[in-house]
Design a protein around this ligand. Structure first.
Ligand code: ZN
Length: 562
C-alpha cells in the first residue's frame, strides 16, 4: 500500500513544485562535555550523552531531507574530558570540535561556560569548527561583535537566519580577564536591533534565536546587582518580538516547550520557545511548515517535541572517533594521588560542618595567606570512599573550574554575606518543624557558603537577615569586629559576586585552579581524615537532626542545582 500511496502523493506534489515545505530543526544544548556515554567522575556508563543523540540525529536526517542541526552552547566545560583537552593537552584537534564537525552542525551559540574557559581555549576551538559559532551581543566597542553574530542557511530558496546571543550576566560570575575587551550587551535590545536587519536586509523567511539564556527572569530580584542585564530573557523576547519564529533557550538545564501541538490556530504568530535539558539527555525537535507566498516563504504552522534519548544506542562512528580520547581520559582520571583514612560523604555537607568542605577550606588556607576561608559544597551526592584517592575523586568533590582569590571584607560585610548565603534555608516554625522543606530550592546550593576561621551559628527559626549569631573570630575567640577588615579566601566565581555587591578589593589570585590545588594538597598530605571540630552549626540542633532523620531524603529529590 505505502509505496503506491507515496507515488500518488509525489505526483500531486510535482504539480505544485515547491509550494509547501516542512523544515526540521534539531537542537542540543548544555552538553557540558558529555559525548561518550560514560561518567568519568562516577566511573560508570550513562544512559545519555551526545554519542546517543547522534543516533537519533542520523535517523531524522534519513527521514527528512531538510534538517538543520544547532547547538546552544556550554559544551566546553563540565567533564574531565573538556578539562583535559582544554588545559592539559592543548595541541592537536579538540575532541569537542571533532565530534561537532563530524555531526555537521549548522551553527552553535556561545555559552557562559565556554567563555569561562578563557580566550586561549575558545579561540583555539573556534579555529577548528567547520560551522559558525555565534554571539551577537559579545560586543567590541559599539558596532563590532567578537563572534560572528548570525548566519544564513538556505534550503532551496528558503532563507533561514540564525542569530546567536549569550546571557549577558557573565560579569556577575567571570573575571574580566576571561573576555578581554568584550562588553555583554543586553539581550533584549540586541534581539530587537537585529530583527529588522535579518528580516529586510537579509530577506530571511525564517528567523531562529539561538540564545544561550534561560526563561526564568532574575533581574527583578532585590539582590540582583545594578548594571547587570537580565540573565534569562528568552520569554520576554518571545513576548515582545514575535518576529522570531523559534527561540531556542538554554542555560538552565531544564526542559520546556511552548508549542507541543501541531495545528493550533495561533501557532505561527507566537514564537515557539524551547529548552532541551542538558548533558546530551534530550534532543529538541522543531517542525516548521512553510508555504510560498509570491516570492517569499511564510511559516504557517510550527510545533515541537523534546525527545529523551535514554538508552538509545550510541552512534558507532562517534564512538570510534572518541575511543582514543576516552582511553586517555580513563588513564588520567584513575591516577592515584593519596589515601583517605575515612569515608567522607557530601550528603550533609551543607547542614553540618564536616570533612568534605573542610578539605576545600584547608586547601584554600594552605595556598593563600587568608585569615578566613569561604567555601560551598558543590554536591550532596558524592562520597569519597576510604582507600586510595584518585584524580576522579577531586572532580567529584569540586566540579567547577574556579581559581582561588583573596578579597578584603569587613566583619559587617562578612556577616551580610553569610546572611545572604543562609537564604539556602527556609524559616522554620519550631512548633511544627517538618511542615516545610528546610532547603529553599529557589536558592542554588553552590551559593551557600560556609566559613572557616570564624565560628558562628545560623538560627533557622529567624527570618533572613537576622540569622547569624555569636560570630567570633577564630584566631582570638573574640566577638567578630564588624569594623575590622579581613583577608578572605574565596573562589573566583564568588569573588565576582562579592565585588559586585560590596565593591571589595581583590588582593590575590592563584595561578592554578582550586581543583588542581586540592590535588596538590592531597599529594602533599598523602593521607586525608574526616574533620571533627565544627566551627559553625545550624540551630536549634534538634530540629536539624529531626529533619535529617525524617524529611531530608524526600526534599533532596526536588533539588536541581547539580
Ligand atoms: Zn550549562
Amino acid at each position: 500500500m505505502l509505496p503506491q500511496w507515496r507515488k500518488i502523493s509525489d505526483y500531486f506534489r510535482s504539480l505544485f513544485p515547491g509550494r509547501e515545505k516542512t523544515l526540521v530543526i534539531l537542537y542540543t544544548t548544555d552538553v557540558h562535555g558529555f559525548i561518550y556515554p560514560y561518567d568519568y567522575v562516577l566511573g560508570r556508563d550513562t544512559p545519555w550523552g551526545l554519542a546517543r543523540l547522534a543516533t537519533r540525529i542520523a535517523a531524522y536526517r534519513k527521514r527528512y531531507s531538510e534538517v538543520l542541526l544547532l547547538d546552544n552552547g556550554d559544551f566546553l566545560q563540565g567533564s574531565p574530558l573538556t578539562y583535559y583537552y582544554n588545559f592539559l593537552q592543548n595541541r592537536g584537534s579538540h575532541p569537542i570540535a571533532r565530534v561537532m564537525n563530524a555531526l555537521k552542525y549548522d551553527a552553535a551559540s556561545v555559552g557562559n561556560h565556554d567563555i569561562e574557559q578563557g580566550p586561549g581555549v575558545y579561540n583555539r576551538i573556534r579555529r577548528q569548527f567547520r560551522f559558525p559559532w555565534l554571539s551577537a551581543n559579545a560586543k567590541i566597542g559599539h558596532k563590532r561583535s567578537y563572534f560572528q553574530p548570525y548566519t544564513i542557511r538556505e534550503f532551496g530558496d528558503v532563507r533561514i537566519a540564525i542569530l546567536g546571543l549569550t546571557t549577558p550576566a557573565i560579569p556577575l560570575w567571570l573575571n574580566p580577564e576571561l573576555y578581554p575587551g568584550i562588553h555583554w550587551q543586553d539581550m533584549v535590545s540586541a534581539a530587537r536591533g537585529w530583527l529588522p536587519y535579518l528580516k529586510e536586509s537579509q530577506r530571511a523567511d525564517v528567523i531562529i534565536g539561538l540564545f544561550h539564556a534561560g526563561i526564568h527572569p532574575n533581574a527583578h530580584r532585590p539582590d540582583w546587582p545594578k548594571g547587570i542585564p537580565e540573565e534569562n530573557p528568552c520569554l520576554q523576547i518571545a513576548e515582545e518580538m514575535p518576529g522570531y519564529d523559534v527561540i531556542l533557550a538554554a542555560h538552565e538545564h531544564r526542559v520546556y516547550n511552548s508549542h507541543p501541538l501541531k495545528g493550533e490556530p495561533d501557532n505561527p504568530r507566537r514564537s515557539l520557545v524551547m529548552m532541551a535539558g542538558s548533558h546530551g539527555r534530550h534532543l529538541g525537535v522543531v517542525f516548521l511548515k512553510l508555504k510560498r507566498k509570491k516570492n517569499s516563504w511564510r511559516v504557517v504552522d510550527k510545533w515541537g517535541k523534546i525527545e529523551s534519548v535514554h538508552h538509545e544506542s550510541p552512534h558507532p562512528a562517534i564512538m570510534e572517533l572518541m575511543r582514543p580520547y576516552h582511553q586517555r581520559i580513563m588513564h588520567y582520571i584513575n591516577s592515584r594521588i593519596g589515601y583517605a583514612r575515612h569515608t567522607i560523604s557530601s550528603r550533609y555537607s551543607r547542614l553540618k560542618d564536616g570533612g568534605f568542605v573542610n578539605l576545600i577550606h584547608q586547601t584554600q588556607f594552605r595556598f593563600s595567606r587568608a585569615e578566613i576561608s569561604l567555601a560551598a559544597s558543590f554536591t550532596t551526592t558524592y562520597v569519597l570512599k576510604k582507600g586510595p584517592i584518585r584524580i576522579r575523586d577531586v572532580y567529584g568533590l569540586y566540579r567547577y573550574e574556579n581559581y582561588l582569590y583573596v578579597v578584603i571584607l569587613t566583619g559587617q560585610q562578612l556577616i551580610d554575606h553569610l546572611e545572604w548565603s543562609a537564604q539556602y534555608f527556609t524559616t522554620v516554625d519550631p512548633q511544627n518543624p517538618l511542615a516545610r522543606p528546610l532547603i529553599n530550592t529557589d536558592f542554588m546550593g553552590f551559593n551557600y557558603d560556609m566559613a572557616e576561621g570564624i565560628s558562628y551559628e545560623i538560627d533557622i527559626t529567624r527570618p533572613v537577615g537576622e540569622r547569624i549569631q555569636n560570630a567570633r573570630f577564630g584566631a582570638t575567640g573574640e566577638p567578630l569586629d564588624l569594623q575590622r577588615s579581613f583577608r578572605v579566601a574565596v573562589n573566583s566565581y564568588r569573588a565576582q559576586q562579592l565585588r559586585k555587591r560590596f565593591r571589595c578589593p581583590i588582593i590575590w589570585k592563584s595561578n592554578k585552579e582550586i581543583r588542581d590545588l586540592i590535588v596538590e594538597y592531597i599529594k602533599e598530605k598523602r593521607e586525608i581524615w574526616d574533620k571533627t571540630t565544627p566551627n559553625w552549626k545550624l540551630v536549634p540542633e534538634w530540629i536539624v537532626e529531626k529533619y535529617i532523620r525524617e524529611r531530608l531524603e524526600r526534599d533532596f529529590s526536588a533539588i536541581r542545582d547539580e
